[in-house]
Design a protein around this ligand. Structure first.
Ligand code: SF4
Length: 452
């Protein structure tokens, strides 16, 4: 169940830049502008990546380092950038993440912000939240989790008392996933405080006029209220306790934490729904028992097409865990489970989750790059890949289908509307997988079957 390569360099990383994850979290806060402390190029790269997946305008400000700043420090640039953003956007919150350059030269952002606030005393400033995101030490998921924890550290408070809501930390799921998770929680007649929530800011309606800051996101007041919720459901199982937002809420505000994992696949959805049911003391609404029943019926109908197929799965670590467990449920062997993630918990969580009888057949690659994935795939003879667009060139060489999930989806339309979670999202994914297998059979057949 192990693959070890001795490469000293990464070839085509299976991870993204750390401040990208932090910027995504700040895009999920109402009235917020992400600001990167470093070079303009870092903000441009992240904007390009987000825009071509979400197909929405994405403003990310930059403190715009020059050669001088790189030598003498970027404090003045950062103060100027906050002043400019405050004047032009009138944000409620500025979310600052650092880049490799500002981290390498050792800028003390905490101290710079303290000086800035003292200099501005009497002026009306937005909330300013800072997260340290050196990309050479982590991945986009580290930036994501650290930004969630930083927002909770800065804002969450138990002063308002118990509000009966349920906190959801969904991790890096799609806007469609976020909308569906909220729908499920609210169907239990309970308020849902979701951090982050970019379901509208990164998948909004057509505008009549340009909005500098798109509508949507969790409000600052709502992040404060997360400190008075009845419980937190954390959908990450691999995030370490020390960087988990759920632990911040537990330590500061005594909010119980439940780690359900992503509700993807029947078992994981059952775990999520029974957690909600126990927390709210309500039965699972009939709408979802029907969705579950239809999903099981589809499993029976589709089994003859996919049973025994072999899949390579690569994504963020929590998505790999969710996908691999789901594939085992439907009779597909996840022969390679790979992630560029560096939590150090992927193997442990997969070993707890996957059936013991498949252990010898499954290769787990932590801190993977796409060279590792290609080499493992060549040995494993898979029938399909499941992951983001970055695996396309490998599947093209192998002549097998790629089922696109997660982020980034740059070579298809509608990645932001892909639903992965809940019985409904699992159903969509299942249909996509069965259809991809059927299409591959049809395409490679000498006979033009139109009835499979
Ligand atoms: S230099 Fe660092 S922060 Fe900037 S884009 Fe590259 S990895 Fe990201």
């Amino acid at each position: 169940m192990d693959v070890t390569y001795n490469d000293s360099a990464t070839t085509n990383a299976c991870k993204l830049c750390t401040p990208l994850g932090a910027s995504l979290v700040f895009k999920g806060v109402r009235g917020s502008v992400p600001l990167m402390h470093g070079s303009q190029g870092c903000a441009t790269y992240i904007r390009r990546y987000l825009i071509s997946h979400f197909r929405e305008p994405v403003d990310i400000a930059s403190s715009n380092f020059s050669e001088d700043t790189a030598i003498f420090g970027g404090g003045d640039n950062l103060k100027q950038a906050i002043t400019n953003v405050t004047r032009q956007y009138k944000p409620e919150l500025v979310g600052i993440s650092t880049t490799c350059l500002s981290e390498t030269i050792g800028d003390d952002v905490g101290l710079i912000l303290k000086e800035f606030k003292a200099e501005q005393s009497g002026g009306c400033l937005p909330e300013i939240v800072h997260v340290s995101t050196p990309s050479y030490r982590g991945t986009h998921m580290d930036g994501f989790h650290d930004a969630v924890a930083a927002l909770l550290h800065a804002l969450a408070s138990s002063r308002g008392g118990n509000n009966g809501c349920i906190n959801i930390l969904p991790g890096m799921v799609s806007p469609a996933d976020m909308r569906h998770i909220r729908e499920i929680v609210e169907d239990f007649d309970t308020g849902c405080l979701m951090l982050p929530d970019y379901s509208e800011t990164l998948d909004g309606m057509l505008w009549a006029t340009y909005q500098k800051i798109p509508d949507g996101g969790i409000g600052i007041d709502e992040i404060r209220e997360m400190g008075g919720a009845r419980a937190t459901i954390d959908m990450s199982r691999v995030c370490s306790e020390k960087r988990s937002g759920a632990q911040v809420l537990k330590a500061r505000c005594n909010i119980p934490a439940h780690r359900t994992g992503l509700p993807l696949g029947v078992k994981a959805c059952d775990r999520f729904f029974s957690t909600l049911s126990a927390l709210t003391r309500r039965d699972v609404p009939k709408k979802y028992t029907r969705q579950r029943g239809r999903l099981l019926d589809a499993f029976v109908d589709g089994h003859k097409y996919i049973s025994g197929k072999r899949a390579v799965v690569y994504a963020e670590e929590d998505l790999v865990v969710g996908l691999a467990a789901f594939l085992c449920e439907i009779g597909i062997i996840p022969v390679v489970c790979a992630s560029g993630g560096t939590s150090g918990h992927l193997r442990e969580v997969l070993e707890q989750t996957l059936p013991g009888n498949l252990k010898e057949e499954i290769r787990i690659i932590e801190e993977a790059d796409f060279q590792d994935i290609e080499e493992a795939a060549m040995e494993a003879s898979p029938d399909l890949f499941i992951g983001n667009s970055k695996g396309y060139s490998i599947t093209r060489k192998l002549g097998i289908p790629l089922i696109r999930v997660g982020f980034p989806i740059h070579d298809r339309f509608g990645g932001q509307r892909s639903l992965h979670v809940g019985y409904r999202g699992t159903q969509q994914l299942f249909d996509n997988i069965v259809n991809a297998v059927l299409e591959a059979r049809q395409t490679t057949s000498d006979v033009g079957y139109s009835y499979m």
